[in-house]
Design a protein around this ligand. Structure first.
Ligand SMILES: NC(=O)c1ccc[n+]([C@@H]2O[C@H](COP(=O)([O-])OP(=O)(O)OC[C@H]3O[C@@H](n4cnc5c(N)ncnc54)[C@H](OP(=O)(O)O)[C@@H]3O)[C@@H](O)[C@H]2O)c1
Length: 356
């Protein structure tokens, strides 16, 4: 049977370690977990079964493997040390029989976005970022439709526009929205993304290095590796639609609580075709998964065992290709969710009512 593997890692040290080791998660304080994570080898988590293509009936299997580093660890260690642990996890995937490996959350962010890791391994590698971007675009289109926003009349802000996902999301939506506000930390890098978008036909572009400038946008996609809460309640305009793709999130629960006149939802969740059993609770509801996991599964269902999304410059063509492949095999955008719950219709109605 064709097979994939996917690497996960703890986003919240205590909560996520407790999912695998309830006792350790309960007794160890967060700094201790963070400290020991450096010496812990990659961990076999579970066998994934029941993923079946709607188009061909083909079934695949897979494995979840954890790299024990927390986000803070990965941000502070040298990329070389982090690569070594991820490559060791990749070797475990090879021994299990996987033909394609997906890099979850920060394991795809670190260093060169998977290029060095792919070079070191014998199996195909993908960051899953192309399908994550495609799903964020789908989710934002759906939210604009439900908020009755006319895309050509809105300003869309992309926070993290100089990143892999942010860049391709901005390019993918540039032709649909009235105006595009690219936000990043580094002006020359922003200019370079803007140059690429202009060459692709984007017209009304604004650049900023201040996250607070999202105040100008009706629609915000935030997709950074800031590692924590970046978007503050006072930055958002009334009626703002905010798609948070980042893991850990850029928008905290407190923002949603403080601002009941904005719509905050997760980007990138998708329904898996077949009767999937992940064998482990790694966060999403049982039949849903993240775009990066789904991209890895879709490649295995298609038998495309080649490096797919790697590096920091993703192409719109690849994003559209994987979107079509996933659609063909039966992956579907999940209902919009906000902080682990489906976004209720009343919330959308309330935000709309507050607009005028
Ligand atoms: N939901 C999902 O299914 C899914 C799937 C894959 C990835 N993700 C998440 O998506 C996010 C981005 O991934 P990526 O691969 O696009 O990462 P990336 O290529 O490393 O890009 C990260 C972006 O964040 C910006 N940034 C970093 N720290 C910042 C800070 N303190 N303030 C403002 N901007 C900051 C970077 O700006 P500079 O250019 O200045 O460095 C860059 O634009 C990550 O959180 C990742 O975990 C989610």
């Amino acid at each position: 049977m064709d097979a994939f593997a996917f690497i996960i890692h703890p986003l919240s040290a205590k909560r996520d370690v407790a999912r695998k080791y309830p006792l350790l998660g309960r007794v160890l304080p967060e700094p201790a977990i963070d400290f020991f994570s450096r010496f812990w080898p990659p961990v076999y988590i579970s066998h994934v079964t029941g993923v079946r293509s709607l188009a061909t009936g083909k079934e695949i299997e897979g494995w979840l493997i954890a790299v024990p580093y927390t986000v803070q660890r990965m941000l502070h260690l040298s990329p070389g040390e982090v690569y070594r642990k991820i490559i060791a996890a990749g070797r475990l995937a090879e021994r299990l029989g996987a033909q394609v490996l997906g890099l979850g959350a920060y394991t795809s962010v670190v260093g060169d976005g998977g290029v060095t890791i792919a070079r070191a391994l014998d199996i195909a590698v993908t960051s899953g970022d192309s399908y994550t971007a495609a799903l964020a675009i789908r989710a934002v289109r759906e939210a604009m439709r439900r908020m009755e926003y006319e895309p050509a009349a809105v300003t869309l802000a992309v926070v993290g526009a100089t990143g892999a996902i942010g860049g391709v999301v901005a390019e993918g939506l540039a032709g649909e929205v009235g105006s595009l506000l690219l936000i990043g930390r580094d002006q020359p890098r922003l200019e370079s993304v803007a140059g690429r978008l202009r060459a692709a036909g984007a017209k009304d572009l604004q650049l900023s290095t201040a996250v607070a400038d999202i105040q100008r946008a009706e629609v915000v996609i935030t997709v950074t590796s800031a590692g924590g809460y970046l978007v503050r309640p006072e930055y958002l305009r009334r009626g703002a639609v905010v798609c948070d793709v980042s893991r850990p999130r850029d928008v905290s629960w407190q923002v949603a609580q403080a601002r009941d006149d904005v719509l905050v939802f997760d980007g990138g969740l998708v329904q898996v075709p077949g009767a999937v059993d992940f064998g482990f609770d790694y966060g999403p509801p049982p039949t849903l998964t993240f775009g990066c996991v789904a991209e890895t599964m879709a490649l295995a269902l298609e038998g495309r065992f080649e490096d797919y999304s790697l590096g920091k410059n993703l192409s719109v063509d690849r994003m559209q290709e994987i979107d079509a492949l996933a659609e063909k095999h039966g992956f579907r955008l999940a209902a919009l969710r906000s902080f682990e719950r489906e976004l209720p219709e009343e919330t959308i109605a309330r935000v709309k009512a507050n607009l005028y």
